[in-house]
Write a protein that binds this ligand. Sequence first.
Ligand code: PLP
Length: 339
Amino acid sequence: MKIIDFRSDTVTKPSKEMMEAMFNSPVGDDVFAEDPTVNELQQFAADMFGKEDALFCSSGTQTNQIAINVHVQPGGEVITNEDSHIYKYEGGGIAKNSGASVRLIRGNRGRLTLEDVQQWVNPDDIHLPVTQLVSLEDTSNRGGGAIYDFEEIKKISQFCKENNLPLHLDGARLMNAMVENKIDLKEYASQFDSISLCLSKGLGAPVGSLLIGTKDFIKKSRRVRKVFGGGMRQAGIIAGGGLYALKNNIERLAEDHLHAKQLEATLNDLPWVDSVLGVETNIVVVVLKDASQRDVIIHKLDEKGIKIVAFGPDMLRFVTHLDISSSDIDQTIEILNTI
Ligand SMILES: *Cc1c(COP(=O)(O)O)cnc(C)c1O
């Protein structure tokens, strides 16, 4: 039986072409900054984003945690959405790694507004933690792949600049947003002090994330990466996959978005579906009419080779990606209509 795996876009496997690129990548000791492929990837990403420098790391959790550690002092506070990955899915890392507290904002599908940020930056009062960082997530994972309105980002960025507050972007799926909103990447990136980008999700590389920012920020990040145990040696063998991904796999994300829309249309008509969070990119979040049916549906789909995940007590999540073809979508739609 063919398995169609919608659990996450992290399940993608490197293509033959990508593996060949990896196999042929020159390598060196990256702790000495002597890996030519890692250096090329970092330069390529910095140029692409119009930033000074970049750092190749093992995961998106690592790039986010390094950024937070560089921006924040122990006892400081990070403003973020209550559903953000940096808070919810990084094992309490903000507290554990950086000794910082978090101001969690309730928001619309994982996003913050200028008003949220304005309201929750603490005044200079010795009772209060000092607000030291604002972090946005685009696209929002828990928000079902929702994209930020660029005008809102610009307002938040302007406010952060006026208040000397660094602004971080968890851009794990940033390229999904960019393919849809068609904003100039350099203009977009100029709004942020640091950006984390996953190479191992929809972009299809097996391992790795990039942290992007100023020379000074990346210099500090390189030190923190070492302390966190993330200094790698001949990392070019994996960075080669990331370089291939940035050069070849961005535009095709539009295909994943089309597939997600096709699933949304089908799901919206099913009797057991209450609603689907409006699909904007490659994530489809389904709210069920009856929470008790959640595991039954997951099991029935699993029996037919379709893998999805629970996304809360009454929700399911499907993620489309480069290892799911149009015919896989057709087959999934057929199966969804029968269960
Ligand atoms: C996947 C993801 C990350 C990083 O995850 P890793 O598995 O550590 O690479 C960070 N932020 C968001 C929003 C994500 O979806």
